[in-house]
Design a protein around this ligand. Structure first.
Ligand SMILES: [Zn+2]
Ligand SMILES: [Zn+2]
Length: 460
């Protein structure tokens, strides 16, 4: 058995395929080097190798100055070719890694959008409409990266905001570019809304609200397919309303399962299931499911997203890291200890399920009246965990469980079926369980017939 496993592992390594964790497996020396200048380590100016895209293994590392130089040359080439080149193609070298074809992320994106604006303002001179469109595109990309809550970003953002307003004024009434202008007008507004939202003052939030209304008008007049932008702005609108009213509407909207589900479905359809934006909205959906105690569905979704994230973007990509974080949360198992009437994190069963190991949250202070009651609970030495009889625990709502030992004729078919606990009656020791399998009605099950499910079985 073990020799089979070993030979499998060797095959994967020989082929240079990613292992389960997404790291490249290779027998060769794979010290990373800059794919542009081919140097290892720091460049002459002391800039380190960076990588923030979906490249894997040792590929895709580069010095920021090298990427900027490379992007500037692609911009010049695209300009020289002239003709009907789209602004997004001209800017592409600044925004997208040419190796993996995915957008740069995080700090690399932040620096590359800064470099894009600098390059366009320095080299794309002249006053033609093409230049104005290109300038507006660069400014929009940059504005999306700025956090109005940070001093430096705020000043830069204000300046860009002014430039964008002036450019929009100029372009609005020109018939010869009206089509191209319409294509980026929505992005400009969206970047402004986003910036105003990060500034977060009452005035800026109201401006964002007004701009969102404008985008909605433009979209409904055009009748185009702007579903993704609209759901993005709808979510922002709810956040703005909650900030302005001082009420926590945020919670309501995260809880809104249908909204999250639709958002995710739209993202899968328009962007594909492996796009980082889709993965993020999948995490939002999983969070909404988890809040509604649909833990099994949330876990299945996150397991799928982790797989996609690792395969397509790598384990270090922030969209993958977000999924892993969310998965850690939904895989927590909470139980109520009856004798203590409070909840604990359950870790595993022992002794064939007759005992359950809990993370040690037991009262420590001698003043705590609960210490006496917990006198019967032995604390595992050095582990801060406690072992208690399984008959003394109740799964908290949202905990996945599996049925066993049901003998009555009407319920024995539920043995081995899994579901989420949706509510529980502590005094009677009963739980309402919603089953994963379609067609099984929600059922009240006695605690003696339920076991906490620490790991989900493969989907049947
Ligand atoms: Zn380099
Ligand atoms: Zn890449």
């Amino acid at each position: 058995m073990s020799s089979t496993t070993n030979s499998k592992k060797r095959t994967a390594a020989d082929a240079g395929l990613p292992d389960d964790n997404g790291a490249a497996v290779s027998n060769e020396d794979t010290t990373p080097c800059c794919w542009i200048c081919l140097e290892e380590g720091l460049d002459d100016s002391g800039a380190p190798l960076v990588r923030d895209c979906s490249c894997r293994g040792s590929s895709g590392f580069a010095h920021l100055p090298c990427i900027i130089q490379y992007a500037e040359s692609t911009l010049r080439n695209a300009q020289e070719r002239g003709g009907a080149v789209q602004c997004s193609d001209i800017c592409r070298g600044f925004l997208t890694c040419p190796n993996c074809n995915q957008e740069y992320q995080n700090n690399v994106k932040y620096e590359m959008t800064r470099a894009l604006v600098a390059c366009v303002e320095r080299e794309v001179t002249g006053t033609g409409h093409g230049q104005e469109l290109l300038h507006a595109t660069a400014l929009t990309e940059r504005l999306f990266q700025l956090d109005g809550n940070k001093e430096g970003d705020k000043a830069e953002g204000d300046e860009i905001y002014g430039k964008l307003l002036a450019l929009m004024d100029k372009m609005k009434d020109c018939d010869d570019i009206s089509e191209s202008f319409k294509a980026i007008e929505l992005d400009i507004y969206a970047s402004m809304c986003n910036f105003d939202f990060t500034v977060g003052t009452d005035d800026s939030l109201k401006t964002a609200e007004a701009n969102i209304a404008k985008v909605r008008d433009i979209c409904s007049a055009a009748g185009g397919d702007q579903m993704h932008l609209l759901t993005y702005l709808d979510a922002m609108m709810k956040d703005i309303e909650s900030k302005l009213s001082g009420k926590d509407l945020q919670c309501e909207h995260v809880k809104d399962l249908n909204f999250s589900r639709q958002h995710y479905i739209d993202a899968v359809e328009t962007l594909g299931q492996s796009d980082p934006t889709t993965i993020r909205s999948g995490v939002d959906l999983a969070a909404a499911l988890y809040r509604e105690d649909c833990t099994i569905e949330a876990t299945r979704l996150l397991l799928k997203l982790v797989k996609i994230g690792r395969q397509v973007h790598g384990p270090d990509h922030n969209c993958t890291a977000n999924v892993v974080l969310a998965l850690t949360k939904v895989e927590e198992r909470r139980v109520i200890v009856k004798s203590q009437k409070r909840w604990f994190k359950a870790l595993r069963y022992e002794d064939d399920g007759s005992d359950c190991v809990l993370e040690g949250l037991l009262p420590e202070s001698a003043d705590d009246p609960k210490v006496e009651e917990s006198g019967t609970i032995p604390i595992l030495p050095g582990k801060g965990a406690a072992v208690i009889p399984s008959t003394d625990i109740l799964p908290f709502p949202g905990t996945p469980v599996i049925c066993h030992g049901l003998r009555l004729r009407g319920s024995s078919h539920l043995n081995g079926k899994i579901g989420d606990v949706r509510s529980l009656d502590v005094d009677d020791g009963k739980c309402l369980v919603h089953f994963e399998e379609e067609g099984l009605e929600p059922t009240v099950v006695k605690i003696g017939n339920l076991r906490v499910l620490f790991e989900l079985p493969e989907e049947s």
